[in-house]
Design a protein around this ligand. Structure first.
Ligand code: SF4
Length: 445
């Protein structure tokens, strides 16, 4: 059973008489378990919907709708499928106390993998899930492989029940499901010959494996350091060598690199990132693969529409991972708008210095870095660091932060977005800095 959270006014759902709290029970006699059932079973233009209104009354609707007209129904959030593993490097274990509740959920949910690109291990699939993946063609899925050797993978996942991943992927692939895969690199466990074996086994599955990324394990000060450590520079270089060998072969045989190192792997190896073209459609950008080159392409594309902000000083607050890489990103931006950018790589005061991602910075870190910076005209903060309610991981609201800063702030995914959304009113009057707070990313003091 799924429940309606809201119904858009003047929509078909409102016309039918659906309300928030209405339970959606079945479509064409098939019980509804979650949003996937709802979306796939109501994709037809005509269907029978069985529902129970908040009054308790059961109603059957004979729905007919013009092609493509949405029902206008938003469902309550799904119950997240919990993880069956206990990885030593699990980020949930690396969380300190007192964060948003959702940060303590170990999600391992193929539905979110399909919808949002979250990586799932597929270790908690029931036969019913496997059937749905094929029936609904949930493809591509993002899967954490880590190691193709079942024993090593079970050790990494701390799950003796984890099924062998290669036969599992092969079975799905035979039924038309495709995958983006990742290997979280744990030195001494799945690097070296095991990395070669894993990439070779994935390669042998053929084109259903669309891409593979190799990502260095990320740890916090709260992680189980007695059990796992981050890879050293030489180990990252060795891993990039393996990645390069497979990518070279893939380009020759399939016409695209297929195998990618995460930006952080290059950073730790102190090696130069490949050019933007190498990453194709940046399929694993959200996984930190090609993120820097993606930013550069976004800035280049927006360049013509950027305002003239000569004489302004703009601070970019980010994590320590991006800090050393950003100067190459903002150089073009500086040339285009005349402003001076200052990159502020912030230590993560919540998780510790080992956590380097901008999206995991707490509000307190931004406050400490910016509260005395009266020489800054505008601060750009990473949009990934706040949730939909504009709250940081430490529950600080963006509004509360902005009230304590001496400059306006904007949230930005790629810098260019924050500078081109609105007109500036001319070079000397950066009106963009003063427009009222918008729910989508600007906070006035
Ligand atoms: S798969 Fe491992 S890292 Fe991911 S949530 Fe489960 S225990 Fe944590």
């Amino acid at each position: 059973m799924i429940r309606v959270q809201s119904v858009a006014p003047d929509s078909l759902g409102a016309e039918l008489g659906l309300f928030p709290g209405t339970e959606l029970l079945a479509v064409n006699g098939r019980a509804l378990e979650d949003f996937l059932d709802w979306e796939f079973l109501t994709a037809e233009d005509a269907f029978l919907l069985l529902a129970r209104l908040p009054t308790g009354e059961a109603v059957e609707y004979d729905v007919e709708r013009p092609e493509g007209l949405p029902l206008g129904v938003t469902l309550e959030p799904p119950r997240i499928r919990r993880c069956a593993n206990h990885c030593d490097f699990c980020f949930v274990d690396g969380n300190p106390a007192g964060l948003r509740e959702t940060l303590y959920i170990r999600d391992d949910d193929y539905r979110l993998s399909f919808r949002y690109g979250n990586f799932a291990t597929l270790t908690n699939l029931k036969p019913w899930d496997e059937t749905r993946i094929v029936e609904y063609r949930l493809s591509p899925l993002y899967v954490s492989v880590h190691a193709s050797d079942p024993v090593i993978r079970r050790w990494l996942l701390r799950n003796p029940e984890a099924p062998a991943i290669i036969p599992q992927l092969r079975g799905f692939a035979a039924q038309g499901i495709e995958f983006h895969a990742q290997v979280v690199l744990v030195p001494g466990v799945n690097d070296g010959v095991e990395l070669v074996r894993t990439l070779g086994d994935l390669w042998s599955l053929g084109t259903p494996i669309l891409s593979v990324s190799v990502v260095p394990v990320a740890l916090t000060e709260y992680s189980k350091h007695e059990l796992v450590r981050p890879p050293r520079r030489a180990e990252c270089r060795a891993a990039l060598g393996v990645v390069s060998d497979f990518a070279t072969r893939a380009v020759a045989e399939r016409g695209h690199p297929w195998c990618f190192g995460a930006d952080e792997l290059y950073l730790r190896a102190e090696e130069t990132l490949p050019p933007a073209e190498w990453y194709g459609d940046f399929d694993q950008r959200e996984n930190g693969v090609g993120a820097v080159r993606y930013l550069q392409t976004r800035i280049a594309a927006a360049r013509a529409g950027l305002p003239d902000l000569r004489g302004k000083r703009i601070a970019i607050a980010t994590g320590t991972a991006m800090g050393p890489l950003l100067p190459q990103v903002v150089t073009d931006l500086e040339r285009a708008i005349g402003a001076t950018f200052e990159v502020l790589p912030l230590e993560n005061t919540l998780f510790g210095s080992a956590v380097t991602s901008a999206g995991l910075l707490p509000g307190a870190a931004f406050l400490a870095a910016l509260r005395d910076r009266r020489d800054v005209d505008l601060a750009l903060l990473p949009a990934e660091a706040v949730n939909d309610d504009l709250r940081f991981l430490d529950q600080v609201s963006a509004e509360a932060l902005a009230a304590r800063l001496p400059m306006p702030v904007r949230f930005s995914y790629d810098f260019a977005d924050a500078l081109t959304e609105r007109g500036t009113g001319g070079a000397a009057v950066p009106a963009a800095f003063r427009v009222p707070r918008s729910a989508l990313g600007e906070v006035d003091r």
